[in-house]
Design a protein around this ligand. Structure first.
Ligand SMILES: [Zn+2]
Length: 195
């Protein structure tokens, strides 16, 4: 699995392979469920909107009346600067966070694995793709590809004039392998011929 820096992740499907829209980046996370059970619960970080500039990405992880916990990641060096390294360390012990790149037009979504910060050396380690949900259409059909890297599989759904809710599973087929919608469509049509 290819490792991606934050900048690689931001540019991975940007502009969107399907509709050419600029993607929006968001942060999602899990919080530690409590001392009794060491499980992680999905938490909404919908108010956490990273600010992406060409040089860096700034994430305000926690905003309170008295102070904000921010982390800024530089795109070339992957070095981080934070408002409070101890609070960031505590936050990262209690939360696991990951990135989502979303296209508002076709709703294609790319998710990263959990982010791994090296606070001793002050940088963000590379991540990789965890899940992809791609949506696109040609003149007759709508296609959806849902890839799960951990499960090493891609589920394909086709519906439209030619196909009535056809679905099948193939070995993992990520966007990085194809780069263009035409090449993905060609591959899917080959699978459809034999399914
Ligand atoms: Zn799109």
């Amino acid at each position: 699995m290819n490792k991606l820096t934050l900048k690689d992740f931001i540019t991975y499907n940007n502009p969107c392979f399907n509709c050419g829209e600029r993607i929006s980046l968001s942060i999602y996370g899990h919080s530690l469920g409590g001392a009794k059970n060491n499980t992680y619960n999905q938490i909404s970080l919908s108010n956490v909107k990273p600010i992406v500039t060409p040089e860096h990405t700034t994430i305000d992880l926690k905003i309170s009346y008295r102070k904000t916990l921010s982390v800024c990641i530089y795109h070339i060096s992957n070095k981080i600067v934070t408002t409070d390294v101890n609070s960031l360390s505590d936050y990262l012990k209690a939360h696991k966070i990951y990135l989502k790149s979303s296209c508002s037009k076709c709703h294609s979504v790319i998710e990263s694995f959990f982010l791994d910060f090296d606070l001793d050396h002050g940088y963000l380690k590379p991540t990789s793709i965890n899940r992809e949900s791609l949506f696109f259409r040609d003149s007759l059909n709508t296609y959806s590809l849902v890839s799960d890297v951990y499960m090493d599989k891609t589920d394909i759904f086709v519906f439209g004039e030619n196909y009535n809710n056809v679905s099948f599973q193939i070995p993992l087929m990520l966007l990085s392998k194809f780069k263009s919608k035409d090449r993905i469509l060609k591959k899917i049509k080959t699978y459809l011929l034999f399914s």
